[in-house]
Design a binder for this molecule. Structure first.
Ligand code: BTN
Length: 262
């Protein structure tokens, strides 16, 4: 366990970044899903900023009922617990904001020439391959409070992926130097990027992030198919919907769906 994550090294990195979140970080050798651990912690009053980190998940999950596979001990598999005041509508777009945060961390460690982008609604790509996925799960708590669990799987050290994960990659595979891939440092950076953006997003929504989303949109001007319908990516609107230009020129906004690149 000690080579996987060292608490003192993390605390030093967290302090260097001036991050408040990440207190405590619970490091688990194996668990079903770090999101499960965070979701059950709402019941015991756990406060905003608590993090769960696992070496191995036995039932890691992704969006749309997909399984999240991550080789034990190689990656960053984490969940962050937040308590936010309602209404829940203010959370729409949070996965994009977290995506921007993850993208920033990825961009800081990959070599020049590689490009990190956000793929609507919850992935981070390096060029044509996915290096991270985000799964946000919410619960209505007492009063008008909402419980939010931000689950992130970031592929760090994996070199070989199972054959079915044809579009997966990791930071190491894309040429990031091992010296930049210490999990303690990556987690502290990640929390810094998420914390600073979330504190703007919760009161103000997506508007302050639209320019960044435009700049780092993996789907912009790409041929794509959403749930069977083809078109061209035309950006992300202020409600977090994906804009698609149909072949007849009409613009439509898609609030949810699965995107396949053409
Ligand atoms: C996706 O790409 O569909 C989202 C994947 C999210 C995976 C992370 S790993 C940590 C947390 N625990 C889970 O079970 N899922 C998220």
């Amino acid at each position: 366990m000690s080579s996987f994550f060292d608490a003192d090294t993390f605390t030093a990195a967290r302090e260097r970044f001036g991050v408040i979140w990440g207190r405590p970080v619970r490091v688990l050798e194996t668990t079903t899903s770090t999101n499960d651990r965070a979701l059950e912690a709402f019941a015991d009053g756990t406060k905003t900023g608590a993090v769960w980190l696992a070496q191995e998940q036995t039932s890691g999950r992704g969006r749309r009922g997909n399984e999240w596979k991550s080789a034990p001990g190689e990656n960053l598999t984490m969940s962050l617990l937040l308590r936010v005041p309602g209404p829940s509508a203010r959370l729409v777009g949070l996965s994009l904001v977290v995506g921007l945060a993850v993208r920033e961390v990825v961009a800081a460690v990959i070599p020049e020439g590689r490009v990190a982008r956000v793929k609507w609604p919850n992935d981070v790509f390096i060029d044509e391959r996915k290096c991270a996925g985000i799964l946000i799960e919410t619960r209505q708590l007492e009063g008008d409070e909402f419980g939010v669990v931000v689950g992130i799987g970031l592929n760090v050290l994996t070199r070989e992926f199972p054959p079915e994960l044809t579009h997966a990659t990791s930071l190491l595979r894309e040429g990031a130097p091992a010296s930049k891939l210490a999990r303690e440092e990556l987690l502290a950076r990640l929390l810094f990027e998420i914390e600073s953006r979330t504190k703007i997003f919760l009161p103000r929504g997506l508007a302050p992030f639209l320019a960044d989303l435009e700049r780092h949109d993996c789907l912009r001007d790409r041929r794509l198919r959403v749930d069977g319908r083809e078109g061209t990516g035309a950006g992300i609107d202020a409600s977090g919907a994906l804009l698609i230009r149909d072949d007849d020129g009409a613009l439509r906004a898609v609030a949810s769906g699965h995107v396949e690149l053409g």
